[in-house]
Design a protein around this ligand. Structure first.
Ligand SMILES: [Fe+2]
Ligand SMILES: [Fe+2]
Length: 318
């Protein structure tokens, strides 16, 4: 086993391929957080700084690689760093970069206390292990990543938040959690069937909107014939833009016609999209997103579930 040593967060760069493994020290043990060539997302990096985190941990025998990496990047101007990032991203395409490493415990690592993290880890270990062994899921994540990296990042956020909400809202039976987790991971799979030129258009343009209306159906039909994803998972995919008041799409389902786990994925999706579109400090963005979600009770989402979710989000995100 390798000895772990601290490495200053100031010498680590977000959105840039890492020269070796990075660990976090959580609940008195090291959690493998990133592998070589993975990246620490900007938003996560910002969160580490916000928590006054000074160090990440690395394997002692990889210190030289980290040191050379820091010197190399610090010596360059910003445009070069950006180019470096682009080069690596293209080279990395076929790799399942996320690899489900960002499991529940690392996603919430700095929002929950040690005991809560331990609980979360033990409650979700089975779920994450099963997901890692699901070859259909792996294929789906690779095609999402190859199509557009941001779809995978968003999907993982949504899946993690979904499971957290499920556990807190009483949906803690393993098959339900599995359904919700897979639904969260795959809810936007249909976007891989939409041309990237269209995905790059303004989100208010008619062409973008009409393509977007199709992604729930495109996603669920992709899995109808040749996958072992359950009907419930497919239901979450097709329903995740349906709205409680019947104004959603594609089928304008209303009220109780919407599957409860879809509502949870829908709320997590709504929350993560608001965070991504907003600007400013992550803490403020989260507060605003929670407030906006609360206003959707009775409109977009079933009211009791919305209030419960808002309560739990407030508790961890302040
Ligand atoms: Fe969507
Ligand atoms: Fe989404």
């Amino acid at each position: 086993m390798h000895e772990k040593i601290p490495y200053s967060l100031n010498d680590v760069f977000p959105d840039t391929n890492l020269p070796g493994k990075v660990y976090l020290f959580v609940s008195n043990h090291y959690i493998l957080y990133k592998n070589k060539d993975d990246q620490i997302e900007g938003e996560r990096y910002e969160k580490f700084q916000m928590k006054n985190m000074k160090f990440i941990f690395i394997d002692e025998d990889e210190y030289d690689e980290f040191d050379a990496w820091t010197i190399k990047i610090k010596g360059k101007d910003e445009s070069d760093v950006y180019q470096h990032f682009l080069d690596n991203e293209v080279g990395d395409k076929a790799k399942l970069a996320i690899d489900l490493k960002e499991n529940m415990a690392t996603y919430f690592a700095f929002d929950l206390d040690d005991e809560q993290l331990d609980n979360l880890e033990s409650q979700t270990r089975e779920l994450v292990t099963a997901a890692k062994e699901n070859s259909n899921l792996e294929k789906a994540l690779i095609s999402m990543e190859n199509h557009r990296r941001s779809i995978v990042d968003h999907s993982l956020n949504v899946a993690n938040l979904t499971v957290f909400l499920c556990l807190n809202m009483g949906y803690n039976q393993i098959t339900m959690l599995e359904t919700a987790y897979l639904g969260g991971l795959l809810h936007d799979y249909g976007k891989t069937k939409i041309n990237n030129e269209i995905l790059d258009l303004s989100p208010t343009s008619a062409k973008y909107l009409s393509a977007m209306e199709k992604h729930p159906i495109l996603g669920s039909t992709s899995f109808m014939l040749n996958s072992d994803f359950s009907n419930e998972v497919q239901r979450i995919i097709i329903e995740h833009h349906e709205r409680y008041d019947g104004t959603g799409f594609p089928h304008r389902l209303k009220g109780k016609k919407i599957y409860p786990l879809t509502t949870i994925v829908g709320m997590a999706n709504y929350f993560d999209n608001l965070l991504a579109l907003d600007t400013g400090h992550i803490k403020e963005r989260r507060r605003r997103a929670v407030r906006r979600l609360e206003l959707e009770a009775n409109r977009s989402f079933e009211p009791q579930m919305t209030f419960k979710a808002v309560g739990h989000l407030r508790r961890i995100f302040g």
